[in-house]
Design a protein around this ligand. Structure first.
Ligand code: 13P
Ligand code: SF4
Length: 332
């Protein structure tokens, strides 16, 4: 295990470095250069499950938003290279205000984040005094700073269950995740009208068509999918829990309704099983255009130039840390 990684306590997700001997280092020169720079910078490379295979394969840790936030909170590396989208890198920076956090492409955003501008949330809160705001981590640091607690798809149910029983609840910004959590917890919430542009492309028709071809394969869907798709699913869970579900379920094949990058992680973790990407209705839209902005070249460039770096005001950093810390404490 590298010195850097030795400092990271890994709870879930995939740890690459521990099983990678020097002989197994990547053969392509760019990946080798990235690993050399990583040691030079005393950096850790974190990658979300939707990143391209080449990035997943050289990252120190690959996981879902919750796993990545936990690792970011505990790393002792001086530099965090975040291969994911902007809000994830911001979360790492909020948890590590004194560290350098780099994101290969600053334009790697998220349609959910875009759907909830902080100014609109503030106006809504002013019109609903006393409302308790639960923000899905897929939102800006400014929205986090206005929230009472953060959740991810991996802990949303338990975070809502832990919300004060006497307060009216607002869930932002994903109406689909929020609706699923309401079904699970029976706790009414006001839902912000946002969604993931990629997950809503899966439809009941597109799922029924693939099910016809693979009737024995359980359907595993992300809670960002619409209710029509969730109703057909055998399991609804975060990307990390998909790995556990498919590992432990006896079925030899699964239909996966989430972003296409997940298939690489699943194949790596369960090489003996078959994973069928759920199709979308009209197009091959199950690739998140934001996640796919990160490439090996951009990763190399951001490490060699130490830019683009995530920066935000001290006030935002401090205010946004409170609801994230609350989430981490509630989901220990
Ligand atoms: P997970 O936390 O389940 O990985 O989801 C993140 C995300 O952006 C889903 O679209
Ligand atoms: Fe955002 Fe959807 Fe991309 Fe996830 S898949 S980062 S929710 S746009």
């Amino acid at each position: 295990m590298s010195d850097t990684l030795a400092h990271i306590s890994l709870r879930e997700g995939s740890e690459n470095e521990a099983r990678k001997s020097d002989a197994e280092r990547p053969s392509d020169p760019l990946s080798r250069e990235i690993l050399r720079l990583k040691h030079e910078l005393n950096a850790v490379i974190l990658a979300h499950n939707y990143q391209i295979p080449e990035i997943q394969d050289l990252a120190d840790f690959v996981g879902d938003s919750l796993g990545l936030a936990r690792v970011a909170a505990e790393t002792e590396a001086e530099v965090i290279i975040f291969c994911g989208v902007h809000f994830m890198a911001e979360t790492a920076k909020i948890l590590n205000p004194d560290k350098t956090v780099l994101l290969p492409d600053l334009l790697a955003g998220c349609s959910l984040e875009e759907s909830c501008p902080a100014t609109q949330l503030k106006a809504f809160q002013e019109g609903h005094p006393g409302i308790y705001t639960i923000a899905y981590v897929n939102c800006s640091a400014d929205v986090k700073a206005l929230s009472d607690v953060i959740c991810t798809s991996g802990n949303a149910v338990s975070i809502v269950e832990a919300a004060p029983p006497d307060r009216e609840l607002l869930f932002v910004p994903d109406e689909n995740l929020g609706a699923w959590v309401m079904e699970q917890t029976k706790r009414p919430m006001q839902l912000w009208k946002g969604n993931c542009y990629a997950h809503v492309e899966f439809t009941a028709d597109s799922i029924l068509a693939i099910r016809d071809k693979h009737p024995e394969a359980p359907l595993v869907a992300h809670p960002e999918c619409t209710k029509a798709v969730r109703l057909l699913a055998d399991e609804i869970c975060s990307t990390e829990k998909m790995v556990t579900f498919c590992k432990t379920h006896p079925a030899p094949a699964f239909i996966i309704a989430t972003e296409a990058g997940m298939l690489h992680r699943l194949k790596r973790e369960c090489p003996e099983k078959v994973f069928i990407p759920a199709p979308t209705d009209n197009c091959a839209c199950n690739e998140c255009r934001y996640m796919k902005l990160n490439t090996l070249e951009k990763l190399y460039n951001c490490m060699s130039k130490k830019t683009p770096e995530i920066r935000m005001s001290k006030a935002t950093l401090e205010r946004a840390r409170l609801p994230i810390t609350r989430m981490l404490e509630l989901s220990r």
